[in-house]
Design a protein around this ligand. Structure first.
Ligand SMILES: Cc1cc2nc3c(=O)[nH]c(=O)nc-3n(C[C@H](O)[C@H](O)[C@H](O)COP(=O)(O)OP(=O)(O)OC[C@H]3O[C@@H](n4cnc5c(N)ncnc54)[C@H](O)[C@@H]3O)c2cc1C
Length: 346
């Protein structure tokens, strides 16, 4: 869906699609909830394609995948609600397999097992951020949930190699778009300057919710450590972005999304990554675990980040950060195990 998107439909064929359906309209240049939802649901119901009888004889797709981008997340929820089906958001792995189920809600009878064929298994981190869950969208007896839908984090899969000689069918979708769907009018737009780029620095100091006892002081201590290095930058976890901490003074400008590291933020791989007060949720880990040396500072000796840190300092960041800053200023952070050993009084 979009303005002048036939060429993109052809690209889909080059990337492995057998059929690509597109809807062109100059009013669709920018993402708008209502028309995009109506068109996608109309397509999913198998309507509006003149050649439909030539290319398919079913009217309900088994699966529907959306990108877990800002717009894709919006659209996925609205389209799946419109189609009265379910949605697993932010998936990072998918596979299709038969599934044997004994839950009476799904089988219709206690004690009976039923095999569901071709079930889409949708893997995503659970809400704790520490385990993966597999989500299934199984029909109830007498009730079909179609299509099985999910949004997928961009970059989760290697793209198929582009083959411009591939054959496929490009189909134009036909549907009257009601004026009423365009009540929201975009009168002007601007492309924002690229935000803060955290990639390419030698060192990243990342702060997490461990600063909660005094967020302003925590942020200042993090920035002092950043300044002690020649080439370092400050990153934060999503825990900070979504917190309601009251920051005072200039540190507030360091607390927004453009400094977030992780699955829905930036992916960094510096020489040294210092994570202070960060628990190590899956969504944070994928944004930093390619770093050469990971140093974690945490009061909890069982914090998950310990599993993928090279050095773990069990301690309070309000005490440890100033000492690290002092160490770097006075000649470098000697990353020898004995220099920053676990725990210890000194
Ligand atoms: C769809 C989705 C996408 C997400 N994307 C991201 C993402 O891109 N990036 C991201 O970071 N998160 C992301 N999250 C959130 C993620 O699941 C975690 O909730 C978040 O990373 C936790 O942030 P945190 O480590 O700062 O906070 P917490 O998990 O609360 O951890 C705080 C840590 O600080 C320690 N601590 C407390 N006091 C001190 C102290 N004084 N000194 C030292 N240590 C202390 C605690 O022991 C704890 O380990 C996402 C979640 C979802 C559902």
């Amino acid at each position: 869906m979009g303005d002048d998107c036939e060429g993109l439909a052809e690209e889909c064929i080059a990337y492995g699609a057998d059929v690509a359906v597109y809807h062109d309209d100059e009013r669709l240049e920018r993402f708008l909830h209502k028309p995009y939802t109506e068109i996608a649901a109309h397509m999913a119901r198998g309507k509006g394609t003149v050649e439909s009888t030539d290319w398919r004889d079913y009217d309900e797709p088994r699966y529907i995948l959306f990108p877990a981008t800002n717009n894709g997340r919006d659209l996925s929820a609205k389209v799946q609600a419109e189609l009265d089906s379910g949605l697993a958001s932010d998936c990072s792995d998918l596979f299709i397999e038969a599934e044997e189920v004994s839950n009476p809600v799904k089988t219709g009878e206690p004690g009976v097992k039923k095999t569901f064929e071709k079930v889409l298994h949708m893997k995503r981190p659970d809400f704790s951020g520490f385990e993966y869950s597999t989500i299934l969208c199984l029909d109830n007896p007498g009730r079909e949930f179609h299509p099985q839908g999910c949004s997928v984090i961009p970059g989760s899969f290697e793209p198929i190699e582009r083959n411009p000689d591939r054959d496929g069918l490009v189909v134009e979708h036909d549907m009257d778009l009601e004026d009423d769907w365009f009540r929201v009018e975009i009168t002007d737009h601007d492309r924002l300057e690229a935000g803060i780029d955290l990639t390419g620095h030698d060192v990243i100091v990342c702060l997490g919710r461990g600063i909660a006892d005094d967020p302003t002081e925590g942020m200042e201590l993090g920035l002092e450590l950043v300044d002690a290095f020649d080439d370092a930058a400050l990153g934060i976890t999503r825990g900070i972005v979504t917190s309601s901490y009251q920051f005072e003074g200039h540190v507030e400008s360091y607390s927004n999304e453009e400094r977030q590291i992780g699955e829905t933020g930036q992916v960094v791989a510096p020489d040294v990554y210092i994570a202070a007060g960060v628990s190590g949720a899956v969504q944070h880990k994928v944004g930093m675990d390619e770093s050469d040396t990971i140093v974690a500072i945490n009061t909890d000796p069982d914090a998950r980040i310990r599993d993928f840190s090279d050095y773990f300092i069990e301690g309070d960041l309000f005490e440890v950060l100033p000492r690290l800053t002092e160490a770097v200023e006075s000649g470098g952070l000697g990353l020898e195990p004995e220099a920053v050993a676990d725990g210890g009084d000194e």
